[in-house]
Write a protein that binds this ligand. Structure first.
Ligand code: NAD
Length: 460
């Protein structure tokens, strides 16, 4: 691997590279994106192996929800980049006529992207794709917890790109803290809410704008008029995909008491089908990331409430997909983001009362509702404060690619994916062009009554 300079020198070099105009050409940005795709493609098997070593994620999942998402982001972005980056005409106000107004997306400059461990490839690289597309230079700091994946990304990316444009810096808390002391023009952070606050404080020192993609507890509401079989199937997939270690995972499920028993039965039988009643030996269920999370999750299991699963093996970091019923709001599992293969069910009777309680809690990243009455669900989604939401499914709005993804309040700020990603790393600069053959003479003193009348007539 090439030797890379220290942070100060690296950031200085990136800034100079940017200021010298090296990232301005759209053709060159596209070339870099396609190069990134080529580099990833040529190391697909190694990447899948690294993610597997980190937490037992299957090749299928690495292809479908890691590399596949990065590839489609690159394809879509390269195809649309010229249109997204073109200046857009906007109407000009009467007072500024006969001027002409355009909004020109300009890159911020040098960007820092900090990634989490739970999707160590796509959550690190999709922001990088958008940042490069928008004409920035990037330092990527992936998670130290998925060390095989981060090490590999550092090796293949740092060998393929000039560090002035894109460089991966590995490290944990001390290294990230050191990076955060420097001035960046934009910071994009994905991770926990607590660390998000640390990042925002550090960014404030330099008035650096931030996008924060954070966590939270995503509620699911299941109404009696839902398609029960499909609901059970989609809940099980959404919860246990990535071993439940997903920011968009359904965290806990409020089921209407009328269908509680039937839904639980369906969920249990779906679980058996997915893992052939032998989840321990399933190649399709990733392991828990580390001992700390294993211990935390095992403590959230209340044996008296378990209706399926409930066991774990610390040596192999395996926790059985677990379903808990009759969970109460005061239970430990309701006090933090679950982030693992535990599925707590709570019961409700009155939807209005439930929604009233939920809207007073910290705003989650996602809100999911299952019902046959989609107009009622749409009405609820329109007013409920969450980063995103779905009607009759979970998780997969994340992979849309064409719609903005991000949190609100405690679950984050700012959005990305597709055009939203390009916008996230661009400043919309208004450029108003004025001709020199005309001047609005009323704006100059002395401010007579007549001028006052004219201004009142124009500005209304
Ligand atoms: P984390 O906040 O512990 O770590 C994220 C990154 O921050 C890592 O690169 C880590 O090295 C760095 N970091 C950790 N502590 C730091 C500190 N004190 N100072 C500076 N940097 C520090 O998050 P995680 O455990 O990797 O990821 C899980 C969390 O991320 C969950 O809460 C999950 O919901 C959230 N998440 C959110 C999204 C989203 O899109 N909104 C996506 C994935 C994960």
């Amino acid at each position: 691997m090439k030797n890379h300079p220290g942070n100060h020198e690296l950031i200085t070099n990136q800034r100079a590279y940017f200021l010298d105009g090296n990232t301005q050409s759209i053709a060159t940005r596209k070339k870099h994106l396609l190069r990134l795709k080529e580099v990833l493609r040529s190391h697909e098997n190694e990447i899948a192996e690294a993610v597997y070593l980190d937490f037992g994620k299957s090749f299928f999942e690495v292809m479908s929800n890691e590399l596949g998402l990065v590839y489609t982001e690159i394809s879509r972005t390269s195809k649309k980049l010229r249109r997204w980056s073109a200046p857009k005409w906007r109407p000009t106000s009467l007072a500024n006529l006969p001027g002409r107004s355009r909004v020109v997306p300009i890159p911020y400059g040098n960007v820092l992207v900090i990634g989490p461990w739970n999707y160590p490839v796509q959550l690190a690289l999709i922001p990088v794709v958008s940042a490069i597309a928008a004409g920035n230079t990037v330092i990527l700091k992936p998670s130290e917890i998925t060390r095989h994946t981060s090490g590999l990304l550092a090796r293949i990316i740092n060998n393929s790109f000039p560090p002035e444009l894109l460089c991966v810096k590995e490290g944990g808390v001390p290294e990230t803290s050191e990076l955060l002391r420097h001035r960046f023009n934009k910071i994009f952070f994905t991770g926990s809410t607590n660390v998000g606050k640390i990042v925002m404080k550090a960014a404030a020192e330099h008035l650096t704008p931030v996008t924060l993609e954070l966590g939270g507890k995503n509620p699911v509401v299941v109404l009696p008029d839902c398609n029960l079989k499909m609901t059970a199937r989609r809940l099980v997939w959404g919860k246990f995909h990535n071993g439940g270690q997903a920011c968009v995972a359904p965290d806990h499920i409020y089921v209407h008491s009328e269908i509680r028993d039937r839904l639980l039965e369906e969920v249990k039988s779906n679980l058996d089908k997915l893992f052939k009643d032998d989840a321990f030996n399933s190649e399709s269920l990733p392991r828990i990331i580390d001992e700390g999370h294993f211990d935390r999750l095992m403590q959230l299991i209340d044996e008296k409430k378990v209706v399926k699963g409930g066991t774990g093996d610390r040596n192999s970091l395996f926790i059985e997909p677990t379903i808990m019923e009759n969970v109460a709001e005061e239970d430990p599992i309701m006090q933090e983001e679950v982030f693992g293969p535990l599925m707590p069910f709570l019961e409700f009777d009155d939807l209005d009362k439930l929604m009233d309680r939920l809207k007073r809690r910290p705003s989650p990243l996602c809100f999911y509702i299952f019902t046959g009455n989609t107009s009622r669900a749409k009405k609820i989604q329109r007013t409920f404060r969450s980063g995103g939401g779905m009607i009759n499914d979970t998780v997969v709005h994340f992979v849309n690619g064409t719609t903005p993804f991000g949190g609100i309040g405690e679950s984050g700020m700012g959005t990305y994916h597709g055009k939203a990603g390009f916008d996230c790393f661009s400043h919309p600069k208004t450029v108003l062009k004025k001709p020199t053959w005309f001047e609005l003479w009323v704006k100059y003193p002395p401010y007579t009554k007549f001028k006052h009348m004219i201004i009142k007539a124009i500005l209304r």
